[in-house]
Write a protein that binds this ligand. Structure first.
Ligand SMILES: [Zn+2]
Length: 384
């Protein structure tokens, strides 16, 4: 896991959901300390505060009981940083970046792996046996954010380049992309509303971009591949992620041929907000939360307010304030990853006081219900 992946993974986790997974009773942002013996009455009145917003916990008595989701697992399980990270990856697999090898995770974290003194007394005591110094020794190294990625272009500059790239693209009308969309029963009013774009002349666009920016910059912002060519040769349909002012600094691209893998590509970097965030207007009402842009567009075609996340792993807890005043219909795919994500999202929205229902729940007996392995687009009669 790279530093950026680690950061994204941590950001995506709800600290309350993590605490509950450890069997910790969290009530109104409070829980009992991992070291009850240090407290009067065994910390019967909880001393640890959990901030869902900041992804942080802190004991008001013990100076060493505080930190992020990983520290939380370390303290309450009495394990090392690497063990805590592995626990989180196993418990929330759909949020973890695709695993390459576990040794990669270890190499980024120079941690003294404490030989696990497996005491049978239980996790709390295992941790308590360590002196505070030892506990600090297993603390994750501070993230070397400023040193790892030297910025080739500023964030503002990067946004301008993406915006300019999107301006160079063509509307989908009359193209192969349009045929593909219509095959999924997504029609022109939706193309226009969401400013869908396509690459009409790949060669020309490739050369224009090369003539406009240096190769280093084009690769840095994620538009060009290592071979020095524009990506998206096989992914010509572009879904810009419009902000409230209908500008986009992020997009996804889609293959039109069913044989192409992966069928979708995400622009490098962090997903800044859900797709179609303008549906999150703070007005009381319902919003459908979909997996993927195509499902979102399908709902929009039915005049249903919907937002999308690029994949089950990409929901970020920091987006919760955007869902203010909304009730959320969870529309993840009917498969195992989708169901796990649904459980997680129910918990995360629930903690934030946002009501959720699951699309199709309670309708399983109907012939018209969504079948196993189907998504929303299939359900509305789109075809693959
Ligand atoms: Zn404490």
């Amino acid at each position: 896991m790279t530093d950026e992946e680690l950061k994204q993974f941590k950001d995506a986790l709800s600290i309350t959901a993590v605490a509950r997974s450890l069997g910790i009773d969290v009530v109104r942002g409070k829980c009992r300390c991992a070291f009850p013996s240090r407290h009067a009455h065994g910390d019967r009145t909880p001393s640890v505060s959990i901030s869902e917003e900041k992804g942080y916990f802190r004991c008001w008595v013990c100076d060493d009981v505080r930190g992020d989701v990983i520290s939380l697992v370390q303290r309450y399980k009495g394990c090392s940083f690497v063990e805590a990270l592995n626990y989180l990856r196993e418990t929330f697999p759909f949020l973890a970046p695709a695993t390459k090898s576990t040794s990669a995770a270890k190499s980024t974290t120079s941690v003294k792996s404490t030989p696990t003194a497996k005491s049978s007394i239980g996790p709390y005591h295992n941790a308590a046996a360590q002196t505070p110094q030892e506990i600090y020794a297993t603390e994750p190294m501070p993230m070397p954010e400023s040193t790892t990625t030297e910025e080739l272009v500023s964030e503002d500059e990067r946004k301008k380049i993406i915006l300019n790239f999107l301006k160079m693209l063509s509307p989908v009308d009359g193209t192969q992309a349009a045929a593909w969309l219509m095959g999924r029963r997504i029609f022109k009013p939706v193309w226009d509303k969401m400013l869908l774009r396509t690459i009409k002349d790949y060669g020309l666009l490739n050369n224009t971009l090369k003539g406009t920016y240096s190769m280093e910059v084009l690769q840095y912002v994620g538009l060009f591949n290592e071979k020095g060519n524009l990506k998206f040769y096989k992914h010509p349909l572009i879904f810009p992620y419009l902000d409230t002012q209908r500008r986009a600094f992020y997009f996804q691209s889609r293959a039109l041929e069913s044989s192409v893998i992966p069928k979708e590509m995400n622009l490098r970097g962090t997903v800044p907000y859900p797709y179609n965030m303008s549906a999150l207007d703070e007005k009381p009402g319902w919003v459908y939360l979909c997996e993927g842009v195509v499902d979102t567009l399908t709902f929009l075609g039915q005049k249903i307010d919907a937002v999308g996340i690029p994949g089950v792993r990409s929901f970020k807890v920091e987006w919760l304030p955007l869902f203010k005043n909304k009730n959320v219909v969870l529309c993840m795919d009917k498969d195992n990853a989708g169901r796990e994500a649904t459980n997680y999202l129910q918990e995360v929205f629930g903690n934030a006081g946002i009501r959720t229902v699951v699309l199709g729940e309670g309708m399983e007996h109907l012939d018209s219900s969504i079948k196993e392995g189907e998504d929303v687009n299939d359900w509305f009669g789109g075809k693959r």
